[in-house]
Design a binder for this molecule. Structure first.
Ligand code: ADP
Ligand code: MG
Length: 574
């Protein structure tokens, strides 16, 4: 016998052959193609209610509560196998089995979108969850990384999630970000433009033949560019004809229609025309109707019956479209292929094995060698024990060189005076050595001697082991402001080259990497490759508890990058 719940608000299945209504609620059940599973019955009801209000039903519904036995992951898996479920909406307070969630969602999301709302993000919210149904406190960044890896579209607002679900359940997925806006009134189109651009969409450039056709079709006051302003006097011929023409344009992959209902236009005729178009259109269309429902309710109904989602605000329509584009990218993702890189796993094992269970930082030279085993470029680094070793080893490097203290106690070496840069000759090297030997004598430290790398952009990369989940990989802008700006991104390993490039693109400071104020762009491909190699290393050795490469110096495009500082700790055995 399976147990469902406790603290569950029941299930529904609107399939006419099943028609189960086993929960306490007031939202009438009508068949639809969106299935919902919610930890909270209250949230689940809200989602259903809002769909019902716009005349849409649901396929299946479940509020899984505390998962004593039947789990959310099983329910998602079940919805994933249900052909009539086109979109899955999930509300989560606690991910009780994150690894299982990742596994199930990765199988489902290439086939159908999963939209998730994960609540309890603030410290106060987590406390509220804990006293309610939740039991596990997680870091929200880890949740983000899990969703990203799973291909789940995360939302932070119920309304936005529902609006996206409506678009995804009625419209095909756009092939690209290139969209066109059609309007019969100016202002809302500008809002739509702003929202589209902010969401990463692009305004399509109309092809020549489209421009010509619209010029012939529309009134002379109309604007034949993007946004296309057909003007308020446009009727079914002009509005409908414009949409048909734009659908045929190969430069355009989606349409946003903004329609205010003018009293001097036969608005129902426009709606009928749009509904007809909507039934066969192969590109996604979203629509904003500015009207008074008491009078023009039929206009809205007709368009919805044509399968076109209708929104009240241009912001909503644009965001729904942006969510579809996000889903398109999930579908286009390639399988992570970090395994493709060559690595010397045997030597890496030899380096790591003496440190297993120590819960201590490795000597820096061990970390550098480990990185080299995975093809991660580093500054040439040698370990120095004595003053004699220093002079012989320095003879093998070209000046200028760098001398650093290597002691577990000295975390921020340069702050403590433990980094000497620009050492031009043996004299200054020995002087630096003597100074540091005195300064850090109490720790009985080792030293590292490094070749000095040319100036580069300071990048931070890192990794962290997770219990029962793949490791998290970090990327961001390094340097002295890293703690303040916190411009870092986290992803779960393994990373494909494509994942890594996307990760790099997603930091706020990305334009800096591309080169600002005359600076040359840095070698982004190489940085991405290093991330995939780092991900490979951490997947092979999940006992790596934490690792910080700060900085990785990134040189200009084509010139690669080099790690000049690295810290790594192996997990203590519990
Ligand atoms: P810490 O972070 O412990 O203070 P680092 O080894 O990162 O010490 O050194 C501090 C800074 O010195 C780095 O952020 C970098 O700007 C510079 N630096 C360190 N090593 C090198 C090197 N080999 N070549 C060029 N610059 C270096
Ligand atoms: Mg550093």
């Amino acid at each position: 016998m399976r147990i469902y719940g406790p603290n569950s608000q029941g299930i529904q299945n609107s399939d006419p052959d099943v028609s189960v209504y086993a929960n306490f609620t007031f939202v009438p059940m009508i068949p639809g193609n969106i299935s919902i599973t919610a930890q909270s019955g209250g949230v689940g009801e809200t989602l259903k209610l809002q769909l019902y209000r716009i005349g849409m039903g649901t396929r299946m519904y479940s509020s899984f509560g505390n998962e004593a036995d039947v789990s959310m992951n099983e329910i998602i898996d079940y919805y994933g196998h249900d052909d009539e479920t086109k979109v899955i909406m999930v509300h989560i307070e606690t991910l009780s089995d994150p690894a299982g969630f990742l596994d199930v969602c990765r199988r489902v999301t290439p086939k159908k979108p999963i939209l998730a709302l994960k609540t309890g993000k603030t410290k106060e919210g987590v406390a509220a969850v804990a006293s309610h149904t939740g039991s596990l406190i997680e870091q929200d960044t880890l949740a983000d990384a899990i969703f990203e890896k799973a291909g789940v579209l995360r939302f932070h607002c119920q309304q936005e999630m529902i609006e996206a679900a409506v678009a995804l359940s009625t419209q095909p997925v756009p092939k690209s970000e290139k969209t066109v806006i059609v309007t019969n009134t100016g202002g809302p189109a500008i809002i739509a433009v702003d929202e589209c651009i902010a969401s990463g969409m692009k305004l399509a450039k109309l092809s020549e033949s489209t421009g010509k056709a619209l010029g012939e079709l529309l009134f002379s006051e109309a604007t034949v560019s993007n946004p296309v302003d057909v003007v308020a006097t446009a009727g079914a011929t002009e509005y409908g004809g414009t949409v048909e023409t734009l659908l045929k344009d190969p430069n355009i992959d989606s349409l946003i229609l903004n329609f205010v209902t003018p009293p001097f236009v036969d608005c129902e005729a426009v709606a009928l025309r749009l509904a007809e178009i909507g039934e066969t259109a192969e590109k996604p269309i979203v629509c904003i109707i500015l009207t008074i429902e008491e009078k023009f309710g039929k206009v809205i109904r007709l368009i919805r019956e044509g399968g076109i989602p209708v929104y009240d605000y241009p912001e909503s329509a644009s965001k729904a479209l942006a969510a579809m584009i996000r889903y398109g990218k999930v579908q286009d993702r390639e399988e992570p292929a970090y395994q493709g890189h060559s690595s010397d796993k045997k030597r890496a094992e030899e380096i790591i094995s003496p440190h297993r269970g120590t819960d201590r930082f490795l000597p820096q030279t061990d970390v550098f060698e480990l990185l080299q085993c995975y093809g991660i470029p580093t500054a040439k680094t040698v370990r120095i024990g004595t003053r004699e070793e220093l002079t012989t080893e320095a003879g093998k490097l070209t000046y200028p060189v760098v001398l650093k203290v290597d002691a577990e106690e000295v975390v921020h070496k340069s702050d403590a005076g433990g980094v000497a840069l620009n050492l031009e000759d043996e004299g200054s090297l020995l002087q630096a050595f003597d100074r540091m030997s005195g300064m850090f004598g109490q720790y009985n430290p080792a030293f590292v001697l490094q070749e000095q790398k040319p100036a580069g952009m300071e990048i931070i990369m890192g990794a962290k082991g997770n219990d029962g989940l793949p490791p998290t990989v970090m990327f961001g802008l390094g340097g002295v402001f890293v703690e303040v700006l916190k411009d870092v991104q986290f992803r779960l390993a393994p990373l494909s080259q494509q994942d890594a490039v996307a990760m790099i693109h997603s930091i706020k400071g990305y334009p800096i990497l591309e080169g600002v104020r005359g600076a040359a762009p840095v070698d982004i491909d190489k940085l991405a490759e290093i991330l995939t190699r780092l991900s490979g290393l951490c997947c092979d050795f999940p006992e790596i508890h934490e690792m910080d490469l700060n900085p990785v110096l990134a040189f200009e495009s084509g010139k690669g990058a080099a790690v000049v500082d690295a810290r790594l700790k192996i997990r203590g055995i519990g």
